[in-house]
Design a protein around this ligand. Structure first.
Ligand code: ATP
Ligand code: MG
Length: 417
């Protein structure tokens, strides 16, 4: 991929209207563009990161046995009146009238819509268990969103819904979903704690929030680093410094954290108002038992930037980096050097390595280095007059200081597919 053709212009200055580090770095690196508070465009580099996160989520949800579908963002009021949430969520839900006076809303979540669909699919115990998910745009009228990608008014959520005959079946799936969630976050480079939390609007039962440690977080979590037990401070009766009740040897600590995911046991909360029932073995009608499970795509991206950066810019984990290698052509671009650099670039293209080639002419070496650090691809490779005469390139990892001179013929050893 040629940097000169990328629709990319980095910025030296932090945007004045952003306080969150993730937004500052992502805007300066030209990953995103702010349209207004809580609504961002994804520019080519940001788009690639987002696609990689989505791919990881999709793979883990498919491995869990869930099927992907897609529901509308635009909903009629009637469906939300079934559960009383047109009123209940009126502060967070965008609600308006169309030209004919019909009341509509933009979905902040999809329990109502999915329950309605499930009514046309689930009839008997033979049909259960089932699970479906979507990766879809949600709208929430968040007051004063100022955390960059961590809190959008328009954002992408992976929401999964599961349907069961009874609580045991739900419990079993819930534990599998928990494991899949940890996998998603760890593949994105994040260590997550499944944290006991309140059921919120969704459920009277306890839920589990997946928390990542970060000073940018809005939540306080009580955790035992020894056994990993965690509880949201807002429901916790324990104090920092006390013994962990789970393992009884660790000490509880308070940790500032970002919620990247949340899973709930819904029971019959949504199936009852929709009369989403199934016939059991005796032919009696029973309400379907449900669970719901959410992950914020952009919340993951924002969290990764909060966790992985230094004073110069972002340090992407390999798994979700927009590309894996930044090739810089440095110095006065004479024909032999240009030929040499293009040869190196073509070699990577042929090997299937995702490479961003800073082929810009009349841009100083200093500027190119600053941009490479800001954009934060895992590896930087420099070609210059100096490396050319040695049939070599200079390799530096974004997270390390040392620079290595690598012979061209050694490249294939380092960059194996
Ligand atoms: P918060 O407490 O941070 O407002 P929430 O508990 O209301 O979030 P859920 O309804 O549990 O959010 O949504 C599931 C997931 O969607 C969250 O764990 C988070 O990753 C993501 N998410 C929720 N709201 C936003 C938002 N405004 N912007 C980006 N991601 C969000
Ligand atoms: Mg939540």
């Amino acid at each position: 991929m040629l940097q000169s053709k990328l629709f990319l212009r980095t910025q030296n200055e932090s945007p004045k209207d952003e306080v969150a580090i993730n937004a500052q770095l992502l805007i300066r690196g030209n990953f995103i563009h702010k349209l207004m508070a809580g609504a961002y465009s994804y520019l080519p580099l940001g788009f690639r990161v987002r696609e990689k996160v989505i791919k990881i989520i999709r793979e883990e949800m498919n491995a869990l046995g869930a099927a992907e579908l897609l529901m509308p963002a635009l909903h009629p009021r009637s469906i939300w009146d079934m559960t009383g949430r047109w009123e209940g969520l009126s502060k967070i839900m965008y609600q308006f009238k169309d030209h004919s006076g019909r009341e509509l809303g933009l979905g902040p979540t999809h329990e109502e819509v999915v329950s309605l669909i499930a009514k046309s699919i689930i009839f008997s115990y033979n049909d259960l268990p089932l699970s479906v998910y979507q990766i879809q745009t949600k709208f929430r009228d968040e007051p004063r969103p100022k955390s960059g990608l961590l809190r959008g008014r328009e954002f992408t959520m992976k929401d999964l819904y599961s349907f069961h005959t009874d609580q045991d079946s739900l419990n079993e799936f819930y534990e599998e979903a928990k494991k899949a969630y940890h996998k998603v976050f760890s593949r994105c480079g994040l260590k997550s704690y499944a944290t006991e939390a309140s059921g919120g609007d969704f459920s009277k039962e306890i839920s589990h929030e997946f928390m990542v440690e970060s000073g940018a977080g809005e939540d306080m979590t009580m955790i035992c680093r020894l056994c990993g037990w965690a509880q949201n401070k807002s429901i916790s009766e324990f104090k920092a410094g006390g013994r962990c009740l789970k393992c009884s040897s660790g000490v509880l600590e308070e940790m500032k954290s970002i919620e990247v995911g949340n899973i709930f046991k819904l029971g019959a909360k949504y199936s009852e108002p929709f009369s989403l029932n199934y016939k059991d073995k005796k032919g009696e009608l029973r309400p379907v038992v449900m669970g719901c499970y959410g992950i914020g795509v952009e919340r993951i991206i924002g969290t990764v930037v909060e966790v992985y950066h230094d004073e110069k810019g972002i340090i992407w984990p390999e798994t979700i980096a927009p590309l894996s290698l930044h090739l810089l052509l440095i110095g006065e671009v004479k024909p032999p050097l240009k030929k040499f650099a293009t040869q190196v670039y073509n070699w990577f293209m042929k090997e299937g390595v995702e490479v961003l080639f800073d082929d810009r002419e009349n841009v100083s070496a200093g500027e190119k280095f600053v941009d490479a650090d800001l954009i934060g691809l895992p590896r930087r490779l420099v070609v210059s007059e100096k490396t050319m005469v040695q049939e070599s390139v200079e390799l530096k990892e974004r997270s390390k200081k040392e620079i290595k001179l690598i012979k061209l013929k050694e490249l294939s050893k380092i960059f194996k597919k």
